[in-house]
Structures are given as structure tokens and as C-alpha cells.
Design a binder for this molecule. Structure first.
Ligand SMILES: [Zn+2]
Length: 323
């Protein structure tokens, strides 16, 4: 594929012949450690989206911080074995403990921002969102603690969800809005002046985890090996919907097959949310490594020059930070 060079302006991209703007970022010092921040809606999201790439970057010396916006208080118990009264009664505390285990397995840092899970409204029509939940907090107000976290951790690269939230949970959609707004506001002296020293992250990515090409490749490899694929229906549904739904363009594929086991252990640490016999573990790891050994991303904003497609979230950043 022919590489494409992009420079950043207020719009996500303009072509290479347009004048570049000077990023308003503080000059990075020599030998500065690279830092990656992944912003997620609930505890467990970090283990199902980008977990293997985070583990890989953390092992290579990158500082990685997971920011979890809500406590996941309204998550359903999705693992039969954990659906017990004493678990239900203590779910917020248990989810925090699960998160701490997943954090240690992935080898990352983690911070809760303290918003309240909105729950996934189900029914037709769906019930109103509960008062005080994260999805009802005005964006301007919800952005402040994330701006504070960005200014404190000073990430070079940020990861979050696309405008559809990856899946239509109101907290995921709000997570997208808040992350994009914080990426823009963290270096703006007029925004949140009392929330820390200005910092401009250099790249913003959206997770592209659940896409058709990946599941098709997994399906075909399972069939080729004579295994029962659980993905046939899902792929058929996808094909039906394809006409009215554009998939996120994959700009960046991070090779991380060696960390799929770490990812799976982190997922299992979220014992109330993850069924060990369920969807997440339906495809053997060796099939995944053979058919699709990457985690994938969409580059949504960049203040550094880079060429697409990329195989590194820090492409264009390493050169700037570590020279
Ligand atoms: Zn979630």
C-alpha cells in the first residue's frame, strides 16, 4: 500500500501540501519516557480493547495509564458462577478489586475518575437514564477531571472510543465526547486554568477492535482448521448492515500476539463481567495469532507527521520525544 503523509490542523487531517501549524506543546526533554493514556468507560473495557498492545508497550518501557471514567456500578453480572447475593451486594467494591488485578496483570497504572455508571438502558422505549449518571453530566463539566489527569500524566498518545462508542452504551459515547474535548482543551490556557500545567498530547486514536475483517479472518482460519466457528452469524449480520454503516478506517495495526495470553488473564480478572466459557474465549489463541495477530486503531488526530498505515502508536512521536 502506498503510504500517505498527513499533517494536523484543527480538522483531523489536511494533505501534505498544506502549511503545518506549530503544535502548542511544551518542548519534550531528551530521553523522556514515552507515555500512553487509554481512556475507558468502565472497569473491564481496558482488558477487551487494546489490552495486548498496552501490555506490549508497558513491557517495552512505555508508561501506560488507564483512566476509567466510571466505577461500573451498574454492570450486570455476566458470569453465572459469580451471580451470588454477596457479590451483588458488594459489586462496586468487587469491581474495584477486579480492576486492580487486571491492572497488575497488564503492568499498567490505573486511575478512576469517579463518575457513576449510567447502565445500559434496555427496553422499547428505553427507560430514562438514572439521575446523576455519567452520561447526563454536561460535557464541559465532565471534561475537567480528564484534563487534570492529562496535565498530570502528560501522555504523548491517547486512546479512546469512536463517536459511536464502539458499541452504543451511553457511557461509551460520553467517553468519546469527553476524551476528544479533553485532548483539545488540555493545552488551552483559557480552559480549566486551575486544573494543572498545560499539556498537549500528540496523537489521539480510536480503538478499532470489533471489525469485520478481523472476525472474517478468525472465522476462516477456524473453518480451515476444522474447528466450529462461533462467528458465522455475526459475519452474516455484518454483511447485511454493511450498506448503512461505514466501518472505522484502520490506520494502525499494532503487533501484539505474544500478549494475547496476558490480555485474556486480565479479562478473566474481571470475574463478575466475563464468562470464562463465553464470547471472549471462543477462538483459540493460536488461531488468533495466525489469523489476526494485531490490535487495530484509527488515528483521529495527530500533531506529528506520520505515514499511514502505521504499525506503532508512537510513529512520529518517538522521533520527536526521544531524539
Ligand atoms: Zn464499558
Amino acid at each position: 500500500m502506498v503510504g500517505r503523509a498527513y499533517f494536523r490542523t484543527k480538522e483531523p487531517y489536511v494533505s501534505a501540501d498544506t502549511e503545518t501549524t506549530t503544535p502548542p506543546c511544551r518542548a519534550a526533554g531528551e530521553d523522556e519516557t514515552l507515555r500512553l493514556m487509554a481512556v475507558h468507560a468502565h472497569p473491564d473495557d481496558e482488558s477487551s480493547k487494546g489490552a495486548a498492545s498496552m501490555a506490549r508497550y508497558a513491557r517495552s518501557g512505555v508508561e501506560v495509564l488507564v483512566v476509567t471514567l466510571t466505577g461500573g456500578e451498574r454492570g450486570d453480572i455476566l458470569n453465572q458462577a459469580m451471580d451470588r447475593p454477596e457479590v451483588r451486594a458488594n459489586l462496586p467494591r468487587i469491581r474495584m478489586e477486579e480492576m486492580a488485578r487486571a491492572r497488575d496483570i497488564l503492568g499498567v497504572q490505573q486511575q478512576f475518575l469517579g463518575f457513576t455508571d449510567s447502565g445500559l438502558p434496555e427496553g422499547d422505549p428505553p427507560p430514562p437514564l438514572p439521575e446523576g449518571c455519567f452520561a447526563l453530566v454536561p460535557v464541559e463539566q465532565a471534561v475537567e477531571p480528564l484534563v487534570r489527569a492529562i496535565r498530570s500524566f502528560r501522555p504523548h498518545v491517547m486512546l479512546t472510543y469512536d463517536e459511536n462508542g464502539g458499541y452504543p452504551h451511553p457511557d461509551h459515547i460520553q467517553c468519546h465526547r469527553v476524551s476528544v474535548a479533553a485532548f483539545e482543551a488540555a493545552a488551552d490556557p483559557d480552559r480549566y486554568p486551575d486544573s494543572g500545567e498545560l499539556w498537549q498530547p500528540l496523537k489521539l486514536y480510536y480503538f478499532a477492535t470489533f471489525h469485520q475483517a478481523r472476525f472474517t479472518a478468525l472465522h476462516e482460519e477456524m473453518v480451515r482448521r476444522g474447528l466450529d466457528s462461533p462467528y458465522a452469524q455475526m459475519i452474516a449480520d455484518w454483511e447485511k448492515r454493511a450498506a448503512d454503516r461505514a466501518e472505522l478506517e484502520i490506520t494502525t495495526r499494532v503487533s501484539c500476539g505474544d500478549y494475547f495470553e496476558t490480555r485474556d488473564k486480565a479479562l478473566l480478572a474481571h470475574a463478575t463481567q466475563i464468562d470464562p466459557d463465553g464470547f471472549w474465549f471462543a477462538c483459540p489463541r493460536e488461531v488468533q495469532r495466525a489469523a489476526w495477530p494485531t490490535e487495530d486503531y484509527h488515528l483521529a488526530r495527530s500533531l506529528v507527521d506520520t505515514e499511514l498505515p502505521e504499525d506503532d502508536l508512537f510513529a512520529g512521536v518517538r522521533e520527536k520525544v526521544c531524539l
